[in-house]
Design a protein around this ligand. Sequence first.
Ligand SMILES: [Zn+2]
Ligand SMILES: [Zn+2]
Length: 284
Amino acid sequence: MDELIASHETGIRLGSFLGVFACMALLELLAPRRALTQPRANRWLGNIGLVVLNTSLLRVVFPAAAVGVAEYAQLSQWGWFNQVEVHPVVALVVSIIVLDMAIYLQHVMFHAVPLLWRLHRVHHADLDFDVTTGARFHPVEILLSMLIKFGVIVLLGPPLAAVVIFEVLLNAMAMFNHSNVRLPLGLDSVLRRIVVTPDMHRVHHSHLADETNSNFGFNLSVWDRLFGTYRAQPAAGHTDMVIGIDTFRDPVHCVTLHGILFMPFIGKVTDYAINRRWDTHNDD
Ligand SMILES: [Zn+2]
Ligand SMILES: [Zn+2]
């Protein structure tokens, strides 16, 4: 399995990215959840420009990538699953679940630590919420996330296949749960019992701080329920809620590629970091 996935890795990643992107973009045209507030072409230019920049940067800075670290950990007998004998399927499934929990905790940390929020607010300052928002992260956040993932891999010792499957799933799910697609409410409520749906993650992109500081999950919805950060719906409703953050509303900062790249270095960190509790909570 490891060899099969390793030999087709680039094709699997690219095929999944282009396939899911095309599907979600088409569904956004056919069944949009909200009217966009900004011209799509301007936002897509900035957001997709960022994807190209981040992908190139990762290839230069970490050419071995996460799968290379997993391979090194395997050869060096580092990490839990390289030390204990478990069925390969168990190692695969548990590794994917643990990596997903690590991503959840990392996301909470990027909201909680003011310096890290400076980087992560780039993701939140998108003035609309669509398939391209899912890949909109500052290059420094991308590099830090990769280092954190390397740390988890060294401790966990996951099968190489688990790392590739997790990254492909995360990428596909990020495009799905950021999409501006109107899913039937019944389907949404069934899906969100297990995975993060667009309606669930959209709450996280609200301009209201207590809504921004909820629904941190990217794949499984269990982490928000388990750790107490789940919020079912936005107070203003999905069509009327305001997307973005109050401190950055100017398209020059929020939409253009140079504005996005410089955003962490300007302005002050306001009360978006989790430095206070909220009073109300609307569980379903
Ligand atoms: Zn966030
Ligand atoms: Zn998001």
